[in-house]
Design a binder for this molecule. Structure first.
Ligand SMILES: [Zn+2]
Ligand SMILES: [Zn+2]
Ligand SMILES: [Zn+2]
Length: 93
C-alpha cells in the first residue's frame, strides 16, 4: 500500500502528526513526540507503507481516503490538499 502524504522535516509522515497537517506535533513514537524538530512540510510524495502483516499492498490510497485499519481502532485519513490531489492524478494516470 502506498499513500500520498507530506514528509515533515523531522522525517516522519503527516500521518504521524496530530491534526490534518504537521503543525500539531509529531507522534511517531507511540503517540509521543519524536524529539526531532518539525519543519515546514514539503511537496507531497508517494509514501509506501505496509499492512499489519508486513505485506506491501499495491494500491495507492486516494487523497482524503481512509486507511483500512484493522479492528476499527485508530482512524487515519490521508491529506487531501490540492498538491496531493495533483500527485495522485499523476500516479494513477
Ligand atoms: Zn517526527
Ligand atoms: Zn514532524
Ligand atoms: Zn497534501
Amino acid at each position: 500500500m502506498a499513500y500520498i502524504g507530506h514528509r515533515c522535516a523531522c522525517g516522519h509522515s503527516d500521518l504521524q502528526h496530530r491534526g490534518a497537517q504537521t503543525g500539531g506535533g509529531c507522534t511517531a513514537r507511540a503517540g509521543h513526540p519524536c524529539q526531532q524538530p518539525c519543519g515546514p512540510v514539503g511537496e507531497p510524495q508517494v509514501i509506501p507503507t505496509f499492512n499489519l502483516h508486513g505485506q506491501p499492498i499495491e494500491r495507492v490510497i486516494a487523497p482524503g481516503g481512509g486507511f483500512p485499519t484493522l479492528g476499527g481502532g485508530h482512524h487515519l485519513r490521508t491529506c487531501d490538499c490540492e498538491s496531493c490531489q495533483a500527485l495522485y492524478a499523476e500516479v494513477v494516470a
